[in-house]
Design a protein around this ligand. Structure first.
Ligand code: ZN
Length: 309
C-alpha cells in the first residue's frame, strides 16, 4: 500500500462506480468531480458489460494512465471477482485483467464501501479522524474501514462487511439479502424501515416518503426510524468492541434522514457497550455526498499496490 502522499496533485484521474442499476464514470481532480456521466447498467453478460465500461472510460480519456473501478461486491488481490450479488455472471471473472486488456492501462477494482472509505480518508472526515468506519445505509448496509488513516480492504477484500454482523439469532430472525437471518442489514436497510412501518399499519414506498411522514409528526414513521437506529447501534457496537474507533461516518440514501436515527443509534450503542466511553464516539453524516464511491475509485490505483497482471 502506498503512503499516498500525492493526493493533492491536480492530474485528472479516471474513476468508475459500477452498480447494479447505474454506472458512474468520472474524471476526478483531487477530491472533486471534474466531469461525470451516469449510464443505466446494461442488462448484458459480463463480457459485454466490461466492454461497455471500457467504452465509457475511453469516451473520457482515449488513453487513460490508470483506472479505478468500485463494485458492489468483492474481488481478490488479483481483481478476480468473489461475489457481485446485484449483477449476475461475474463470480470468478478476472475483472481487472479483462479491463486492462480492453483499456491498455492498469485497472484497480475494489468494493464500493472501501472506495468510499478511501475518499473519506483523503478528502472527508479523514482529515479529522484516523480510525473510523464508513457505514453505507440504503438497499443494503455496507461499509468501508479506515485504520491509521488508511483505507483497508482486509486479507480477502471483505473488510467492513458490517451489514452481516449478527444481531438476532432467534428462530424468528428476519431474512437478509445474503441468505442468512438476523443480520444488521435485515433490521436497518430500506426494506427494514418500510417493513416496520407497514407492520404498524402505515404505507410508504421509499425512505424519503417515510422521512416526510416522520417529519410531519407521524408517530409510527418516527418509531420505524427509531427501531432501525437501535438495531444499527447495537450491531455497530460489535465493530466498536473489536476496533475502538474514533468516529462512525454514515452515507448512502438513508443517511439523508440520519437525524431521525441519531438518538436511537446512540441508544443501541449504549445498550451494548462494554464500557461507557465506547458508545460516545461521534456519529456523523459524510459530506462527500453520493459521489464518494466514484471519487475513491479514481484514487484506487494510487492507494493500493499495482499494477498487476
Ligand atoms: Zn446478511
Amino acid at each position: 500500500m502506498s503512503n499516498a502522499g500525492d493526493f493533492a496533485d491536480d492530474r485528472p484521474r479516471m474513476g468508475v462506480d459500477f452498480g447494479g442499476t447505474r454506472i458512474k464514470f468520472a474524471s476526478v481532480i483531487g477530491g472533486k468531480i471534474d466531469r461525470l456521466v451516469v449510464l443505466d447498467t446494461p442488462k448484458n453478460n459480463s463480457a459485454a458489460l466490461l466492454r461497455s465500461i471500457a467504452d465509457g472510460v475511453k469516451a473520457f480519456q482515449a488513453q487513460p494512465v490508470s483506472v479505478g473501478v468500485a463494485i458492489p461486491g468483492e474481488v481478490d488481490e488479483d481483481g478476480i471477482c468473489w461475489r457481485l450479488p446485484n449483477v449476475t455472471g461475474f463470480e470468478g471473472v478476472p475483472i481487472s485483467r479483462e479491463l486492462e486488456k480492453l483499456l491498455g492501462c492498469p485497472v484497480r477494482i475494489e468494493n464500493d464501501g472501501t472506495s468510499a472509505a478511501l475518499a473519506e480518508s483523503k478528502f472527508g472526515y479523514g482529515l479529522q479522524f484516523q480510525d473510523f468506519l464508513v457505514v453505507t445505509l440504503g438497499t443494503g448496509v455496507g461499509g468501508g474501514l479506515v485504520l491509521g488513516g488508511q483505507a483497508r480492504r482486509g486479507h480477502l477484500g471483505f473488510a467492513a462487511e458490517i451489514g452481516h454482523i449478527l444481531i438476532d439469532r432467534s428462530a424468528t430472525a428476519w431474512l437478509c439479502h445474503c441468505g442468512k437471518t438476523g443480520c444488521i442489514e435485515s433490521y436497518a436497510s430500506t426494506r427494514a424501515l418500510l417493513r416496520y412501518y407497514s407492520e404498524a399499519g402505515g404505507s410508504a414506498n421509499s425512505v424519503e416518503e417515510l422521512a416526510r411522514a416522520a417529519r410531519d409528526g407521524d408517530a409510527e414513521a418516527t418509531e420505524s426510524f427509531r427501531r432501525a437506529g437501535k438495531a444499527l447501534g447495537m450491531g455497530l457496537c460489535s465493530a466498536q468492541h473489536l476496533l475502538d474507533l474514533d468516529a462512525l461516518i454514515f452515507t448512502g440514501g438513508i443517511s439523508a434522514a440520519f437525524d431521525l436515527m441519531t438518538d436511537s443509534v446512540r441508544e443501541g450503542l449504549r445498550a451494548r457497550a462494554f464500557a461507557p466511553p465506547l458508545s460516545e464516539l461521534p456519529l456523523l453524516v459524510s459530506e462527500l455526498g453520493p459521489h464518494a464511491g466514484v471519487i475513491g475509485a479514481a484514487w484506487l490505483p494510487s492507494h493500493f499496490e499495482g499494477p498487476r497482471s
